[in-house]
Design a protein around this ligand. Structure first.
Ligand SMILES: Nc1ncnc2c1ncn2[C@@H]1O[C@H](COP(=O)(O)OP(=O)(O)OP(=O)(O)O)[C@@H](O)[C@H]1O
Ligand SMILES: [Mg+2]
Length: 250
């Protein structure tokens, strides 16, 4: 807890969030909470609105309605850099790296911003420990890394200097199974060290093994929420009823 926290407020609370891309409405009144120290899995089919919600929560997209609070502070409409100062990190879908900078420049830039110049060297060591391939390729231009290596770079930026809340969108996309294992090991250990998690993941079993609770989105709205143990069954029902729940019904 930081001294500005409102006593008893969850680390992340989103209330009644709606969001649009020009005239297309992608979210309809979505609410969720991530209590400090917990992990929430955000599930749903392709196009359900998971990445859109992740963007709203981290300030990349302003909602058209609703409120986002971090530890009680209303951050609705704040720019992403200002939300990140509160200890919120977003690993976006895709890669989120600077293609023309080297691997090490990418890492150092992110660490300097988050943990300060003096701790950059230690964070670099941790990133290279977690992903040895990044150490081998530290001078290579990030844009010329393979797809999986770029993904490891975007993870190294976050995992080596854990934030207070990590919003992770499809962390394991494009990674070999053995790397996925080590990514999930890292997530479990940053969680054990106190980072709260909101995990969007196609490998549902991975996300649910890590999470306490889950929220299932369909067509931009919450259709189920509960303990992660019941989530696979809920997802099967959502997939089975896909197509019968047309947007025009709203
Ligand atoms: N920049 C954009 N402009 C217009 N529509 C968009 C934009 N980004 C997303 N959408 C649309 O909003 C809806 C929700 O997209 P979103 O990316 O949030 O889904 P998702 O749940 O993350 O899906 P996936 O599992 O495929 O990543 C989709 O219908 C998508 O086509
Ligand atoms: Mg997505």
């Amino acid at each position: 807890m930081s001294s500005n926290d409102l006593a008893g407020a969850p680390l992340l609370a989103a209330e009644d969030i709606s969001a649009s891309y020009s005239s297309y409405r992608a979210l309809f009144g979505v609410s969720l909470e991530v209590p400090e120290g917990s992990a929430l899995a955000l599930l749903g089919s392709n196009g359900a609105g998971k990445s859109t919600l992740a963007r709203v929560l981290t300030g990349l997209l302003a909602p058209t309605a609703g409120t986002v609070r971090i530890a009680g502070t209303d951050v609705t409409g704040w720019p992403a850099w200002r939300i990140s100062r509160l200890g919120v990190a977003h690993v976006p879908e895709g890669r989120g790296i600077f293609a023309s900078l080297s691997v090490e420049e990418n890492l150092a830039l992110s660490f300097r911003r988050r943990v300060g110049a003096r701790s950059v060297a230690a964070a670099l060591d941790r990133a290279y420990d977690a992903f040895p391939v990044l150490a081998e390729r530290r001078r290579q231009q990030a844009g010329t890394l393979s797809g999986g290596q770029q993904r490891m770079l975007s993870l190294g930026k976050v995992l080596a200097a854990p934030p207070r809340l990590l919003v992770a969108d499809e962390l394991s996309l494009g990674l070999a199974p053995v790397v996925v294992d080590s990514v999930y090991d890292s997530l479990a250990s940053i969680r054990a060290a106190g980072t709260s998690l909101l995990v969007v993941e196609q490998h549902m079993d991975r996300a649910l093994a890590l999470a306490d609770r889950a929220v299932v989105l369909a067509k931009g709205a919450v259709v189920w929420e509960g303990e992660s143990a019941g989530a696979s069954e809920a997802m099967r029902r959502v997939i089975a009823s896909a197509g019968t729940n047309e947007r025009s019904e709203r």
